[in-house]
Design a binder for this molecule. Structure first.
Ligand SMILES: [Zn+2]
Length: 671
């Protein structure tokens, strides 16, 4: 049943389905070696598509029976699909009943229904549901699901599926059942069931909007004491989504299940999220700060999918970034909002940018470079990439930068007003953002902006400056360039938001932060009333996923490091200085190193360390830079928030690189 492998799927070949599924009623008789699945669907022809046979996807299934409106019908198998040609004409709904069996114990793909440590689990994204029953296994088929699970009571005391538990009871011969109804229509990739011997931590909450909900975290016996942080993270996520975007939990019950054999990391099945244990279990005795932060961010990410992904889903898998880019952006914003202080928010932003630069930027010059919305694939599972996720999140962040935080909230509101319950495209999201913000740079340049979805590669910005003292005028000229990537030799200009600040040489802000919008290959921006050559603070907050080339002098970088009001660019200036020192050392240059220069000047050192605007984390980086152990101890003794303490670890992780470079390559540079 693998004939479809190796077939190139193209985005532009998308066709709506010739059939629609209104409702699905599934009955499972769970047995590890032979699970029986009865699938009763209420279907109808799609009036907008020409009449044609029904083709249902299926993989590794044993087909026992097919009935149409309760009667036998002819069918054939073609390219691994079940093909039905003699279906009722006209637009009336009909009932299709399919009875199959499968072998979850032998399913080692971890896709579809499988058994792990005597527990049944499912994983259906992207195309696993077809391993459970024959179906129109594509995300734009959204249907209402009801599910009955039957199993031996002693071996599988807990029976879970999506939605609300409406009935449960005992059957003959030691078996029992549970019936679940999901009140929301969903695509098949969000279907889930779990059956086994599990225990749970429970919490009842009343949401800000008055809804009452039961939250549950299911684990194996013995792990219950490691679930408190996951539960707290879930409660924070629910509260945050209501407060920031007005999005409430839409189910009576929300469940998280942890398993050690789940290789997707975590999955946002409607109301029944399934996680690898490493993203759920954490207790203070064994977990590090980073583990705690990861649990919080992954729990939040999967919860946020309840709206961005589940309520509004993807029309086809080329639109994967519609749900992933947006949801990564949302979990990043959540972590920042929870961090509180500007300094701590910046640390989170710095971490996100480091990941993007280290992993996604590295993907762009290679053979795997692809746009955020790919144009074709052989296997969709290969497209769960940092480009679709992390760069996709940067694309959403640029939209927020272009329309502002309030404008972004308006765009989200319009997106849900227009598309709740639908399967849509990245274009639909961008359109809603632009339409909710008429007159914004996003709405003005929407078509140019959308090149971020279609063009691969990391754009490079080359910036030069000119100061005209006589006319008190300062000009920045920005050129953009993007190297060819596979299948895309020439690129059109990207729309690049550049957050800019101008500082005097002594560090005073010459203007408030402003947004420059680059839409051409080359553009100049002029600033009047500037008496002396300023120091530009470019791309504040890393306002676009690009590389920046500006000929900063060491003095300018020190000014930014000490005085920039943007914490990201303070850190960035420090990085550039460190890099410069490292490169000099590698080149064996005999010029004084930065730290020698600073060590000799107590005034400069004081300026950097004592500046009021510096967060604690920043001072730690600087003191590490001096290798002043006493200063580090001094600072670490004061109260930190968790993000700041994480940076202590992080900075000690970075520093050895420079120590080694300096020690090995240029021994005279530093002691
Ligand atoms: Zn996701």
């Amino acid at each position: 049943m693998r004939e479809t492998q190796g077939q190139l799927v193209k985005r532009l070949d998308y066709q709506p389905s010739a059939y629609l599924i209104d409702s699905v009623d599934l009955t499972f008789d769970l047995d590890p070696a032979k699970t029986r699945v009865l699938n009763r669907m209420r279907m109808r022809r799609n009036p907008e598509v020409a009449a044609q046979p029904l083709r249902l996807d299926g993989e590794d299934l044993n087909l026992a029976r097919v009935l149409v409106n309760g009667e036998g019908t002819s069918f054939k198998m073609e390219h691994g699909q079940l093909v039905l040609e003699k279906l009722p004409e006209g637009s009336d709904p009909f009932e299709l009943e399919i009875f199959t069996t499968c072998n979850p114990a032998k399913n080692s793909t971890l896709s579809g229904l499988y058994v792990s440590q005597d527990t049944f689990f499912t994983q259906c994204e992207a195309e696993g549901f077809r391993r459970i029953t024959y179906f129109l296994d594509r995300p734009d088929i959204m249907a209402s699901y009801s599910v009955t699970l039957r199993a031996e009571r002693a071996a599988y005391p807990v029976l879970l599926s999506n939605g609300n538990l409406v009935e449960q009871g005992v059957l003959d011969d030691g078996r029992h059942f549970a019936r679940w109804v999901d009140p929301h229509r969903k695509p098949s990739y969000l279907f889930a069931l779990v059956a086994g011997r599990l225990v749970c931590r429970e919490q009842r909450i009343k949401s800000r909007m008055g809804g009452e909900h039961l939250l549950q975290v299911y684990v194996r016996a013995g792990d219950l004491d490691k679930t408190e942080h996951a539960m707290q993270s879930l409660m924070h996520s629910i509260a945050w989504d209501e407060a920031r975007f007005g999005l409430s939990l839409d189910l009576e019950r929300f469940m998280i299940v942890a398993t050690s054999d789940f290789n997707m990391g975590a999955m946002e099945n409607k109301g029944l999220n399934i996680f690898n244990t490493k993203y759920v279990l954490a207790n203070p005795a064994t977990a590090t700060d980073v583990d705690f932060a990861n649990v919080e961010s992954v729990v939040a990410h999967e919860y946020f999918h309840n709206w961005t992904g589940n309520r509004v889903t993807c029309r086809d898998w080329f639109q994967l970034s519609l749900k992933e880019g947006l949801t990564v952006f949302r979990d990043q914003e959540f972590s920042q909002d929870l961090a509180g202080s500007d300094s701590a928010r910046a640390v989170k932003r710095i971490e996100d940018v480091r990941l993007l630069r280290n992993v996604q930027f590295a993907e762009d010059p290679g053979p795997m470079a692809h746009p955020v919305r790919p144009d074709s694939y052989l296997e969709i599972n290969n497209f769960y990439t940092v480009t679709v996720y992390e760069k996709g999140a940067e694309v959403v962040r640029m939209m927020q930068t272009l329309v502002g935080r309030d404008g972004f909230a308006r765009g989200m509101k319009l997106y849900f007003e227009r598309h709740d319950g639908q399967a849509v495209t990245c274009d639909d999201f961008a359109q809603a953002m632009a339409d909710a913000n008429p007159g914004s740079p996003l709405s003005e340049h929407l078509e140019t902006f959308k090149r971020w979805y279609s063009q691969a590669g990391t754009p490079a910005l080359k910036v030069t400056s000119q100061h005209d003292a006589a006319n008190r005028r300062y000009t920045l000229t920005v050129r953009q360039f993007c190297a060819p990537t596979p299948g895309q030799s020439d690129k059109l200009p990207f729309l690049i938001p550049i957050q800019l600040g101008l500082l005097s040489a002594s560090g005073q802000a010459l203007s408030a932060s402003q947004l420059l919008v680059l839409s051409e290959a080359e553009q100049s921006f002029t600033f009047e009333g500037i008496d002396e050559p300023p120091v530009p603070s470019l791309l504040r907050g890393f306002s676009a996923p690009v590389t920046l080339h500006y000929p900063y002098t060491r003095a300018e970088l020190l000014t930014l490091l000490a005085h920039d009001s943007d914490p990201f660019n303070r850190w960035e200036a420090g990085q550039r200085l460190c890099l410069e020192v490292a490169v000099r050392a590698l080149q064996g240059q005999q010029t004084p190193t930065l730290s020698e220069e600073l060590r000799q000047s107590s005034e400069k050192r004081q300026m950097l360390l004592g500046h009021k605007s510096q967060g604690t984390w920043f001072r730690i980086v600087i003191s590490n830079y001096y290798r002043d152990k006493s200063l580090v101890d001094d600072l670490t003794g004061t109260g930190y928030c968790k993000y700041e303490s994480r940076l202590v670890l992080r900075s000690t992780e970075i520093q050895p690189l420079f120590y080694d470079l300096l020690k090995n390559k240029c021994t005279q540079c530093d002691a």
